[in-house]
Design a protein around this ligand. Structure first.
Ligand code: GAR
Length: 208
């Protein structure tokens, strides 16, 4: 069984997709051992509780400085002894120490086709606002490994989603989640759990 820690900050719909994927048997050989959250008010914590998954909240507000917060964050992940860490709407830059410690063992879902609309400042609804402002006709989602950069790690899978005339950022966000994120993220976890994902020289190969 692949021991997975999921890191969240908000609504937790991607966390829910993973929980449901495991319950339905679509995600194989995977156990959710802990949910780590930086926001005490996040609905994702309710989802974790309802699914019977242990959760830990590490809020930056409870620490004197960034270093203290990062140490606590790393400890809360380490304690659960994960094989894989999944960032599912986690709005915290992963500390460099943690990236090194878990090289090619942290994945993230991003709501665009990287390298479009990614990097510093592009998160959540902002990504969709930028895509609409640019007038792209196709957007999507990406699941990638996390490296020291912002959204620059090796890409595992991407899925395109059409932009419709009259879309608002909220409508587009919902379509990208439904058609891409909630499909891709559980699928990638399952592929990793079953040994189908290899990383070599910063490139991913997926054997299906
Ligand atoms: C998702 O759209 C996710 O891709 C995005 O935040 C949302 C979280 O929703 N993540 C980023 O923008 C990371 N750069 P959720 O809490 O309902 O899963």
């Amino acid at each position: 069984m692949l021991r997975v820690v999921v890191c969240v900050s908000g609504g937790g719909t991607n966390l829910q997709a993973i929980i449901d994927g495991i319950a339905q048997g679509a995600v194989c050989q995977t156990e959710l051992v802990r949910v780590v959250c930086n926001n005490p008010g996040a609905y994702a914590l309710v989802r974790a509780k309802e699914a019977g998954i242990e959760s830990v909240c590490v809020s930056p507000k409870d620490y004197e400085d960034r270093a203290g917060f990062e140490e606590a964050l790393i400890r809360s992940v380490e304690e659960a002894e994960p094989d894989l860490i999944v960032l599912a709407g986690f709005m915290v830059k992963v500390p460099e120490k943690m990236v090194k410690q878990y090289e090619n063992r942290i994945i993230n879902v991003h709501p665009s086709l990287i390298p479009a609309f990614c990097g510093t400042g592009y998160y959540g609804l902002r990504v969709h606002e930028a895509a609409l402002a640019r007038g792209v006709k196709i957007t999507g989602a990406t699941v990638h490994f996390v490296n020291e950069g912002m959204d620059t790690g090796p890409i595992i899978k991407q899925k395109a989603v059409k932009v419709h005339e009259g879309d608002t950022p909220e409508i587009l966000q919902k379509r990208v989640m439904e058609e891409a994120e909630w499909v891709l993220l559980p699928w990638c976890i399952s592929l990793i759990a079953t040994g189908h994902v290899k990383v070599e020289n910063g490139r991913v190969t997926v054997q299906e």
